[in-house]
Write a new protein. Structure first.
Length: 257
């Protein structure tokens, strides 16, 4: 798989010039470049089928090799994303990255409340209203790494829709604000790759207008780097055999293939 670009959205404390960041970025980059499809030893590059729509009456081959005819509604064949994240995970594991790091921001939120740095007053004020506690769970990070020197890097590999990309970046912003990580990286498909993946997958094109917002986030912290890595296939080819495609899941927009 190719890396098209690394966008440094914010860099507080000149982290981008540090040896620690270079080490972390190199580890992520090496894992991405090592990815192959099909996921086997014979594959020499990341080669996936193009998205294809089969009209009613047309045929395609399903996941077990059975030739099927499209019935009353056209069928679109596209690649999934979860196996790609799993392959990235396997490469990172070889370098001793820890997966699914629990991220608890509760102590950080508590400290903000105790220091009276943040409050959410009701408006208009309602007498005798019950105070509702805020939900403070943001889920786990996909990947987490700490160098021997203590530099911490969080990585999210995008497998959801564009809303998921925003949540991932916002979650990593909170982790940087809370001092839970020194670097936070989101990996997303390029404009050329994402049309061939799960419908409405998060992608670089739809995130770019918000880069200005996340750049200003850097003024809120003294130290930390927030970045987005854009990735792309090496080659595309044509196929109507689902056995050639990256398998899809059964949740969300995966069903819309």
């Amino acid at each position: 798989m190719k890396i098209i670009n690394t966008y440094v959205l914010s860099d507080s404390g000149q982290i981008v010039e540090s040896a620690d960041w270079h080490q972390a970025h190199e580890a992520i980059s090496n894992a991405i470049r090592a990815m192959r499809w099909p996921d086997n030893k014979s594959a020499k590059d990341f080669r996936i089928p193009k998205i294809v729509t089969i009209r009613v009456g047309g045929t395609y081959t399903d996941e077990v090799g059975v030739i099927k005819t499209v019935g009353e509604k056209k069928k679109t064949l596209r690649n999934g994303v979860r196996p790609l994240r799993d392959q990235f995970r396997s490469w990172m594991a070889k370098k001793h990255w820890k997966a699914e790091k629990p991220l608890s921001l509760v102590p950080f939120f508590r400290r903000l409340r105790e220091d009276e740095k943040v409050s959410f007053p009701n408006y208009p004020q309602v007498e005798h209203s019950d105070r509702i506690e805020l939900n403070e769970s943001v889920g786990d990070l996909d990947f987490w790494f700490k160098t021997k020197g203590g530099f911490r890097t969080a990585v999210e590999w995008e497998t959801g829709n564009i809303s998921s990309s925003h949540r991932s970046l916002n979650k990593m912003c909170l982790a940087l604000m809370g001092g839970l990580t020194d670097a936070a990286v989101l990996v997303v498909p390029s404009s050329k790759l994402y049309p061939h993946l799960t419908d409405r997958i998060g992608n670089i094109r739809e995130l770019q207008p918000y880069f200005y917002f996340w750049n200003r986030f850097g003024t809120l912290i003294q130290k930390g780097i927030l970045a987005v890595i854009e990735v792309e296939h090496d080659r595309l080819f044509e196929s109507t055999d689902l056995r050639d495609f990256v398998s899809t899941g059964n949740d969300g927009n995966s069903k819309r293939g």
